[in-house]
Design a protein around this ligand. Structure first.
Ligand code: NAD
Ligand code: WQD
Length: 344
């Protein structure tokens, strides 16, 4: 008998890839809630094309408590919630901090309220390596203390984690996993699902793909004077389908009662630091195109290097990355070409 899971933000980038992995595991049935404030309903058509399963998405703003709770009334057999829905752009959060606190924390408050009211015992929360702030020691483990949040977005993740821990105290039946993602990139290996970036993307791989496909003539590498092996910043990139797979394993872990504490934290990274220039070289190799870039100044708020130690997830969740940087670029490139072919 399949277990029913509610995925919030299911039409988004990581949510949709996670739904694919949940369905393909054969163990889970999915209901999604996504207001499409940062996505489109067509995502579910792409999920169907890959899995053969049509997932129901409720187009509801989770900040609207009564509308959100109705979903649980319609589905009293929901056993777990994976909460992806949030705003995630660092720069926008600096421009519109209240929008970030309201949406990210208001939605989480309703998710926690629903878990309590409808007796949902398993919650998985999307956190971020952004909670660590400017780290001094690498790799970053779950024990690394949180630093000063460098933007309101990162702060919503720090507060969100604390809200979850607070809710565990008066609700001893509730269990939660906090997953701190490093830099998820790439697309489904079929090239049929990926990230719908804003017109002016902020993140490295979508920008690289815009240059590779000729939508943008060149790009800027933000700094080559860092104390790193080639002077450019180092990050821990991992394939979105690997992140998605980690959620299936995290649910298994909670629903099989393998957790030792009510609330546990896991880093999700590949453990490898890759520089911006190395990412560009990988993209040139995969796309067969020369990528034009200029070396610019450092981007405000960037830290020179961060990569994670995910051995806790490797050992306890039995989760390992299957895809490397070449796969990340190959899938992102396939997805870019798919979007071009559909004029999206
Ligand atoms: P995304 O923007 O692609 O997906 C988020 C989805 O949530 C969107 O479809 C949006 O429409 C929906 N949403 C937002 N607020 C909502 C609300 N109030 N009610 C209903 N739906 C709402 O983002 P993503 O990359 O898939 O990220 C998913 C989660 O992972 C987020 O919590 C994000 O902070 C976290 N995360 C992402 C990254 C990353 O680099 N992508 C890294 C670390 C953590
Ligand atoms: C990667 C590297 C840039 C664009 C962000 C969030 C973080 C988390 C993951 C959500 C950096 C460099 C980029 C460009 C460049 N998200 N770069 N030229 O900043 O590591 O992390 O996403 O939780 O919270 O901050 O990702 O993709 O923006 O940048 O040189 O045009 O690429 O300087 O070193 P970042 P990114």
């Amino acid at each position: 008998m399949k277990k029913k899971i509610l995925v919030t933000g299911g039409c988004g980038y990581i949510g949709s890839h996670t739904i694919i992995e949940l369905i393909q595991s054969g163990r889970y049935e999915v209901v999604s809630v996504d207001s499409n404030v940062r996505s489109t309903p067509e995502t579910m058509d792409r999920v169907e094309k890959i899995t053969g399963v049509k997932v129901k998405n409720y187009r509801v703003d989770i900040c609207n408590g009564p509308a959100f709770f109705k979903i649980f009334e319609e589905h009293p057999d929901i056993q777990g919630v994976i909460h992806f829905a949030a705003f995630k752009a660092v720069g926008e959060s600096i421009e519109e901090p209240l929008m970030y606190y309201r949406n990210n924390l208001g939605a989480l408050a309703n998710v926690l309220e629903a878990c309590r009211h409808f007796n949902i015992k398993a919650l998985i929360f999307s956190s971020s390596c952004a909670v660590y702030g400017e780290v001094q020691t690498l790799p970053v483990s779950e024990q690394t203390p949180m630093g000063q949040a460098f933007c309101p977005y990162a702060h919503t993740k720090q507060i969100g984690e604390e809200m979850i821990r607070n809710m565990m105290v008066p609700n001893p039946d509730m269990n939660a996993l906090i997953l701190r993602y490093f830099n998820p990139v790439g697309a489904h290996m079929s090239g049929l699902n990926g990230e719908l970036s804003p017109d002016k993307p902020n993140n490295l791989v979508p920008i690289i793909m815009r240059v590779a496909s000729g939508k943008q003539p060149s790009m800027t590498v933000f700094g080559d004077d860092y104390d790193t092996r080639d002077g450019s910043c180092i990050r821990d990139y991992l394939h979105v389908s690997d992140i998605a797979d980690a959620h299936v394993k995290a649910l298994d872990y909670l629903l099989e009662h393998r957790n030792e504490q009510q609330c546990e934290v896991f880093n999700l990274g590949s453990g490898n630091g890759v520089s911006v220039l190395e990412m560009l070289a990988a993209a040139e190799q995969v796309t067969g195109r020369k990528l034009h870039y200029v070396i610019g100044g450092r981007r405000a708020g960037d830290i020179p290097a961060i990569y994670g130690d995910s051995s806790r997830a490797n050992t306890l969740l039995h989760w390992h990355c299957h895809y490397d940087v070449h796969d990340m670029m190959e899938s992102a490139w396939k997805w870019e070409q798919y979007l071009d072919s559909k004029n999206i």
